[in-house]
Design a binder for this molecule. Structure first.
Ligand SMILES: C[S@@+](CC[C@H](N)C(=O)[O-])C[C@H]1O[C@@H](n2cnc3c(N)ncnc32)[C@H](O)[C@@H]1O
Length: 254
């Protein structure tokens, strides 16, 4: 990762503490984003205002019944940090039998995904515009998810900012607790050193097992699953000459 690959969140980054309060993961525990205004087009504004009442789930510190939200019983997949949402919309379209919840704090991205949902008439996708740590902690019932996607999370390349990375033990433990047995966590990054951190952290989580057998000394990265399209940040990384690493772990029975 080079300096010019830093996301606006990273560029705006200030030093932050990775604190935990009484073992409870708080919104201050992992400050993985910096809320920035960003430029928002009129269309993004309009779609956000018109569509969020229909496709948005408001953050509330209480478990949500996703079967009720979608009006059917289907596997539930959460995507954390969908950016502008193009990959999210495509995945929901190629997997019509699954229901998706995309979580993002960046308003232009939320407006962008609203537009894609409207244009693509996508029934199996909802949006939460809030900190994913709090959404997972407060809204998602334990053992309820069939999958979690984290694609190209901000790599926070400076060492003093590593504590801002999303994929670290406390948050991975929270994700694992929300997965149902057999449910999967799929991460991808174009930042090699973050990929190594992901591999270490995911491998150390007792509730997760790698889907890739690394017994023969192979590193343990997964082939890119067919359902994951090229994402905006992946494309940016590839243009800078970066590699791409996918990791797919499954929840084991406790
Ligand atoms: C580097 S971008 C990647 C976007 C997209 N997944 C892609 O591959 O193009 C990371 C995104 O994660 C979002 N993000 C970071 N921390 C978050 C959090 N705690 N809750 C929700 N979104 C978050 C940021 O706002 C940003 O849009």
């Amino acid at each position: 990762m080079t300096e010019n690959h830093s996301s606006p969140a990273e560029q705006a980054g200030q030093d932050a503490g990775a604190e935990q309060t009484s073992g409870r993961l708080t919104s201050q525990s992992i400050r993985s984003f910096v809320l920035r205004q960003g430029r928002m087009s009129d269309a993004q504004h309009r779609y956000l205002d018109e569509m969020m009442p229909r496709v948005g789930l408001e953050y509330r510190p209480a478990p949500v019944d996703l079967n009720q939200v979608f009006g059917r019983e289907a596997p539930h997949i959460v995507e954390i940090g969908f950016g502008m949402g193009q990959a999210t919309a495509q995945i929901a379209q190629v997997r019509p039998g699954d229901d998706f919840v995309g979580i993002e704090v960046h308003a232009p991205g939320v407006g962008g995904l609203c537009k894609l949902i409207q244009e693509g008439d996508i029934p199996n996708l909802r949006i939460v515009q809030h900190d994913a740590v709090e959404v997972l902690r407060d809204m998602i019932p334990e053992g309820s998810l069939a999958g979690v996607h984290i694609y190209f999370p901000d790599p926070w390349p400076k060492k003093r900012h590593h504590k801002r990375r999303l994929v670290q033990s406390p948050f991975v433990a929270l994700i694992a607790s929300r997965l149902q047995p057999g449910g999967y966590l799929h991460c991808a990054t174009d930042w090699e050193e973050y990929a190594q951190q992901m591999l270490e952290v995911l491998s150390a989580e007792p509730l997760l097992a790698n889907t890739v057998d690394s017994a023969d000394g192979a590193p343990g990265y997964a082939p890119k699953p067919d359902y994951r399209p090229l994402t905006k940040f992946e494309n940016r990384g590839l243009k800078l000459g970066h590699g791409v690493w996918d990791l797919v772990f499954r929840k084991v029975a406790p």
